[in-house]
Design a protein around this ligand. Structure first.
Ligand SMILES: NC(=O)c1ccc[n+]([C@@H]2O[C@H](COP(=O)([O-])OP(=O)(O)OC[C@H]3O[C@@H](n4cnc5c(N)ncnc54)[C@H](OP(=O)(O)O)[C@@H]3O)[C@@H](O)[C@H]2O)c1
Length: 241
């Protein structure tokens, strides 16, 4: 098995790499020229590192990228800076996801699992999530004004709308964590079909390492994949009493 990881140098991407290495899975990671990534991860024998910016990859480059891969994980996101939030590419996640899925659809001979790092701020309309009016209004305003939020919405809409439930080549899961935190170890976490708390007025916590663990479980456990396939599971750290 080989897994392609985009956004591999990100705080969550690194956790996904570490978890997959632990399971002995071959990885292909794409990192920008100046990306910082620990040597023990990128120099691992299981890891093939490709230097470049996924936002600049053309159709041929994307087809080469997915060659021999069984799964693709998107941990891309906009850097928290004025340039990252307001600068180009404004639709980094959506455009990269679309380009890679099109490459899969055009040239893969097998089904490929696609995992998108999404957010609880994405309102998954297909399951009628319970959200207050004020929350819906705020999310709509954020989507209108904040490019990274719009990018997240477009990316998740692409999977649920364009790829849909019965694509011959792409099976997908959009993993939706709440507020991301950093912990050193995997801890108990819970996974739900829908949001359990108000992400604006009463946010929960999700450690990046738990996101990495859940994504790894999805890739390696076919039964779990079947349970969440073409859905948008929400992940929270378990609150220990
Ligand atoms: N913060 C939260 O509480 C929260 C909650 C739920 C979901 N999320 C979503 O999860 C995403 C990932 O979170 P994270 O904390 O792991 O993100 P992160 O550490 O900021 O990682 C972002 C990744 O995207 C890459 N990237 C950024 N701008 C790029 C560009 N212009 N071209 C190509 N690659 C680019 C970065 O590469 P470089 O290393 O080269 O910069 C890095 O690999 C967030 O962006 C957000 O959409 C966040």
């Amino acid at each position: 098995m080989k897994v392609l990881i985009l956004g591999a140098s990100g705080a969550t991407g690194k956790q996904v790499i570490a978890q997959l290495i632990k399971r002995g899975i071959n990885l292909r990671i794409v990192t920008r020229k100046n990306a910082v990534i620990p040597e023990e991860l990128c120099k691992n024998n299981l890891v093939e590192q490709i230097t470049g910016n996924i936002a600049d990859f053309d159709s041929m480059a994307n087809k080469t990228l997915i060659n021999e891969c069984d799964a693709v994980v998107f941990c891309l996101g906009h850097n928290i800076s004025i340039k990252g939030i307001l600068g180009k590419p404004r639709l980094l996640v959506y455009q990269s996801l679309k380009n890679v899925c099109e490459a899969i659809i055009q040239c893969s001979s097998k089904k490929i699992k696609v995992i998108l790092m999404s957010t609880v701020a994405y309102d998954y309309k297909k399951i009628n999530e319970e959200r207050s009016l004020s929350e819906r209004i705020i999310l709509s305003i954020l989507t209108l004004l904040l490019p990274p939020q719009k990018d997240n919405v477009w990316a998740a809409n692409y999977l649920s709308g364009t790829i849909g439930q019965s694509n011959e080549k792409v099976e997908w899961i959009a993993v939706r964590p709440d507020s991301l935190i950093d912990n050193d170890d995997v801890s108990p976490y819970e996974v739900f079909e829908s949001i359990q708390r108000n992400p604006i007025f009463n946010p929960g916590k999700t450690s990046r390492i738990n996101v990495g663990h859940f994504m790894t479980e999805l890739i390696t456990d076919n039964e779990l994949w079947g349970k969440w396939k073409n859905k948008m599971p929400v992940v929270y750290n378990k609150e220990l009493i």
